[in-house]
Design a protein around this ligand. Structure first.
Ligand SMILES: [Zn+2]
Length: 81
């Protein structure tokens, strides 16, 4: 379990670290749900700057990282041939 390690590193209570993991898990699950229910194809638009900038779909609001968005868009182009 990572919660004790994260709690020690950040000097926070272990239950707070567990709550952070739960919240992050729920965020990931909600994002995957949005992406899965999208009226495709996704239309990813870069949000912000830098390598870690997320790409958000204008249709569903789901977010992915740059690598996923680039491969998704490349797949769409390949599918047109
Ligand atoms: Zn979408």
């Amino acid at each position: 379990m990572l919660a004790p390690v994260v709690a020690a590193l950040h000097k926070i209570p272990e239950n707070q670290a567990r709550a952070m993991f739960r919240e992050e898990f729920e965020n990931v699950r909600a994002n995957l749900s949005k992406l899965g229910l999208c009226k495709r194809p996704h239309e990813f638009i870069k949000q912000g700057e830098g390598l870690r900038a997320k790409h958000r779909c204008t249709k569903c609001g789901g977010e992915v990282d740059a690598l996923y968005a680039d491969w998704y868009n490349q797949g769409l182009e390949d599918g047109k041939q």
